[in-house]
Structure formats: structure tokens, C-alpha cells
Write a protein that binds this ligand. Structure first.
Ligand code: SF4
Length: 312
């Protein structure tokens, strides 16, 4: 799709921020910050090829990830807490529209299968302007929007046509879990509309001849210990949305960050729990499902204090 480069257009909306469902209405261009703690310029903590995503996203060459700092949730178990919540103590780089566009073009030159924006919900407008800029300079890779699912359907509607692959989490349908573990009260209310908007924009996941994703929706659900009913409610929502939806059922939960203060989630997931949820997905007719080995619980833990956060 040819997009006319006329930017920064989207970022003007940072003057009265309603970029995500928090609707803080602060003037981020004047240096004010809301819940996400990020002002007018996006902060980036890591840019590089990543091989730890689902196979159709990472492919053989890697996904071209751009990790944003800050977040509009406060997950007590966040494995990226160094950059999502404590980025003031991490090495992060403020990036302009031009710098973000250059980073995308470098990832394309390095052989990435796609450009994968990780945690973009609170910097959606900065990201959108940068995509328009990069496309005007020759970016042709699919764009992946890899979010926590706490997005604004209206804001997503405004970037229709810029995103090829939506890769959202579906974390909660249980409102008390959302409140206790991520400091959000309307996640379950919002996320159904978010997923419907995403599916409407890009349809179901489409792979090329090498099984690399080119377009579509892939929903992630992290199965949490003691969260069986929450996981089942999430799967029921997906079955209602569309049984053909591609799902990644993740077993990699690990009690990181402040999880020790919450006894119910201060452990890894058991095999019995994970199997209960994978079986339940199949019983609902959801059979486009990626599953994970339980041994993944430590494999995926990054350290953003290192130059290569995912190196082991
Ligand atoms: S993006 Fe940040 S400032 Fe804007 S509404 Fe969301 S949390 Fe508030």
C-alpha cells in the first residue's frame, strides 16, 4: 500500500493524550506525562533481530524488534520490568520519527522478516509517524504491533492500513486479577473491542511459502498459575470472536519482579494446569494454537541491562 508521507500527523494527538484507554488527557508535547510516564518522544531500550517469538514471526532470520520503554499497565510479574516500569534506571534512547524510521530501515537491511514494535500502545502515534516516514524511504517489510492488549480501538482505527500483523496479549477476563496484578480495572471491558478491531483490519494469520507471517492476527495468552478460570474465560472470548483465530498459549510464566508479594502467582505453572487449558481450547474448537514446552519458563527471560538482552 502506498502511503502519502505527511508527518508528523499522528503525533499531534499527544497534545491531549487519549492514545490508550487510560485517557490521561495530558499534553505530552509540552512535557507532561500520564500513567505511562512517557512524554512526546518515544524511548527505545533495544533494537535488534529476535529469535524468541512464535515461529511465523521469528522465521529463520529473526524478527526486527524495537522495544519501547514505559507501559500503560503495571504488571507485578512483568519480565520486562527493567524497561517497562524502571526505565529511569536503564539505558534507553529517546528516538525521533526520523531515528525510528532509520532503525526500521537498518533492521530491513539486516535481513529481518518484519518490523516488530514491542509495547507500542502508549507510543502509538510516534510509531505511526515513523512507519509512514520509513515507508516513504523504502521500507517494505510487514509491520507487527506487539501489544499488551490494553489498546484503544478508536486509536487503532486511525492507524488502519499501517499494521500488517497484530500480535496482542489477551491477559485477563477476570477483573480482580487485572486489578491486583496489572493495576487496571477495565481491561476485560476493553479487550474484546480491541481484538475485534484488529481482526477486522488484518483478518486471520496468513503465512508465505516459508511459513513466515505476512498478515493477520495472532493472539497470545499467558496461562498463569491459579488462573484456570481466567484462562477459560479468555478462550471463550476468542471462540466467540472467531474459532479460526490463531492463538499462542504461553506456558512461560515465571514469578518475576514483585510476584513474590502475591502468593497465588509466586510459582511457575504446572504441567497439569497447562494441559487443562490446552485441552479446553481444543474442546471449544480453537485448533489454530501454538503451544510451548514448560521448560520455556527460564529460556525467555531477558536482561535489558545487557547489550544483547536475550543472549544466554
Ligand atoms: S498513552 Fe500514556 S498518557 Fe496517553 S492515555 Fe495512555 S497512559 Fe495516559
Amino acid at each position: 500500500m502506498l502511503i502519502t508521507p505527511q508527518f508528523p500527523v499522528y503525533s499531534k494527538q499527544l497534545r491531549h493524550c487519549h492514545c490508550c484507554p487510560r485517557r490521561c488527557r495530558v499534553d505530552r508535547l509540552a512535557g507532561e506525562v500520564g500513567f505511562c510516564k512517557i512524554g512526546g518522544q518515544a524511548l527505545v531500550s533495544h533494537v535488534g533481530l529476535h529469535h524468541g517469538e512464535e515461529p511465523p514471526i521469528s522465521g529463520d532470520h529473526g524478527s526486527g524488534t524495537i522495544f519501547f520503554a514505559g507501559c500503560n499497565l503495571r504488571c507485578v510479574f512483568c519480565q520486562n520490568h527493567q524497561i517497562s516500569q524502571n526505565f529511569q534506571h536503564s539505558s534507553v534512547t529517546p528516538m525521533s520519527t526520523a531515528a525510528l524510521a532509520d532503525a526500521m530501515l537498518r533492521l530491513q537491511a539486516d535481513g529481518a522478516h518484519n518490523i516488530n514494535f514491542v509495547s507500542p500502545s502508549h507510543v502509538l502515534w510516534q510509531m505511526a509517524d515513523a512507519i509512514v516516514s520509513a515507508k516513504s524511504k523504502g521500507l517494505v517489510l510487514p509491520i507487527v504491533y506487539n501489544s499488551n492488549g490494553y489498546d484503544s480501538p478508536a486509536a487503532l482505527g486511525q492507524i488502519r492500513g499501517l499494521i500488517d500483523i497484530y500480535l496482542p496479549d489477551l491477559k485477563y477476563m477476570d477483573t480482580s486479577m487485572a486489578h491486583n496484578y496489572s493495576k487496571v480495572d477495565d481491561y476485560a471491558e476493553v479487550v474484546g473491542g480491541v481484538l475485534a478491531e484488529m481482526l477486522d483490519q488484518v483478518g486471520h494469520l496468513e503465512l508465505d511459502d516459508n511459513d513466515v507471517a505476512q498478515k493477520g492476527l495472532l493472539v497470545r495468552h499467558l496461562v498463569m498459575p491459579d488462573g484456570m478460570e481466567n484462562s477459560k474465560q479468555c478462550l471463550r472470548l476468542l471462540a466467540k470472536l472467531d474459532r479460526q483465530t490463531t492463538i499462542s498459549l504461553m506456558s512461560q510464566y515465571s514469578p518475576q519482579h514483585h510476584a513474590a508479594q502475591h502468593p497465588n502467582i509466586n510459582r511457575t505453572l504446572s504441567l497439569a494446569e497447562y494441559e487443562e487449558i490446552t485441552d479446553f481450547a481444543l474442546s471449544l474448537g480453537l485448533d489454530n494454537v501454538f503451544v510451548q514446552a514448560l521448560s520455556s519458563q527460564e529460556v525467555y527471560l531477558p536482561d535489558f541491562d545487557k547489550d544483547q538482552p536475550f543472549a544466554r
